[in-house]
Design a protein around this ligand. Structure first.
Ligand SMILES: [Zn+2]
Length: 336
């Protein structure tokens, strides 16, 4: 009961203050939970760079608990590739990737019979080619196809397998971040599609428009993928499929030049002295990297541990979806 108006006002102020404090605490809790989905990932203060599959807004998703369950297609393949795959993951751990990222071999029959993509099947290529699916795609069974290690130079085997493991967890090639390719002739890379092996043959088969037109194999990564031409490994990925540490019009300083997911300039080239991928600022071929970089690890941490993008707009959107929102609105209205 309030008999003296001044006392009543003071009590009301105390109620308002305590409500404001509760709301401030709730808001800070809410914002901190949006900012980092997992204690393992905080927005980086250093300049490490990465690009991974967008698992926040597309059909793609992550391996459950960052564990890939896999098998080899045959016992013979396991005998040939088993040690390389184990070493490839170990290599990531040595470079600093959390031990929470695991590859667990499961029983073959269950693995092959399962409704994939919940398991990865590893097989051996007949022609020395190497490829992997990216992340987990409900429309596309996960697979990793590796060359026989006997066909590779010994110092390249583990880095190559580690690169493929990076793809299976969800990383794209560093140079295929579309944010590097939207500045016309100002971007950090120059790509010479006509230096790739098989260029003359595909030009003959598809004609100039099929190669250099808007949806040509030297201008569009999806078209290149459909034709099985190696330019699909160089051209920018569709923007809507990627999440990156970069903004648009990214430049030379935004490239992780040490990334294991960056191609060396002469990969897939007809002639080693005529590289297809060149660093614009130096005119040099892009470097050969043999170990996961800090940026590669940060990219996987972001993909698996960040709950979502942390732009101010999205924070506000989440806040307005919050069940505490009506309390906040009532408080604001009462004070107006
Ligand atoms: Zn690759």
């Amino acid at each position: 009961m309030c008999n003296v108006s001044m006392v009543c006002k003071m009590k009301a102020m105390r109620v308002d203050l305590s409500m404001a404090m509760i709301l401030a605490i709730l808001l800070s809790l809410l914002l901190s939970s949006v900012d980092a989905g997992h204690p393992k990932w905080e927005p980086s203060v250093s300049n490490v760079k990465w690009v991974h599959q967008d698992v926040f807004k597309t059909r793609f998703h992550r391996w459950l608990n960052s564990r890939i369950e896999y098998c080899f297609d045959t016992e013979e393949t396991k005998g040939i590739l088993g040690p390389s795959v184990e070493n490839g993951l170990e290599y990531w751990h040595h470079a600093g990737l959390s031990e929470e990222f695991q590859m667990i071999e499961i029983e073959r029959q269950a693995c092959l019979g399962r409704s994939r993509p919940t398991s990865l099947v590893i097989s051996l290529s007949q022609d020395g080619s190497i490829s992997s699916t990216i992340g987990v795609d409900p429309n596309d069974p996960a697979e990793m196809i590796l060359a026989n290690p006997a066909q590779l130079s010994p110092e390249r085997i583990i880095p190559i397998v580690a690169h493929e493991i990076g793809h299976v967890f969800g990383l794209y090639h560093e140079h295929q971040d579309p944010r590097f390719w939207d500045s016309g002739n100002q971007g950090p890379f120059i790509f010479y599609c006509d230096r790739l092996r098989g260029y003359q043959e595909i030009l003959q088969r598809l004609g100039f428009i099929g190669v250099w037109g808007k949806d040509g194999v030297c201008t569009n990564s999806r078209a290149a993928g459909r034709e099985g031409f190696s330019s699909s490994n160089f051209l920018p990925e569709p923007p809507e499929m990627t999440v990156s540490s970069n903004g648009w019009h990214a430049n030379d300083g935004d490239v992780d030049w040490k990334s294991l997911m960056l191609y060396e300039g002469s990969a897939f080239c007809a002639n080693r002295n005529e590289p297809a991928l060149v660093r614009r600022s130096t005119g040099e071929p892009t470097p050969l990297n043999l170990a996961p970089s800090e940026g590669d690890i940060e990219g996987l941490n972001h993909m698996y541990y960040a709950s979502r993008d942390t732009t101010f707009g999205e924070i506000l959107m989440v806040y307005h979806e919050s069940r505490w929102n009506h309390l906040f609105m009532r408080h604001v209205q009462r004070n107006n």
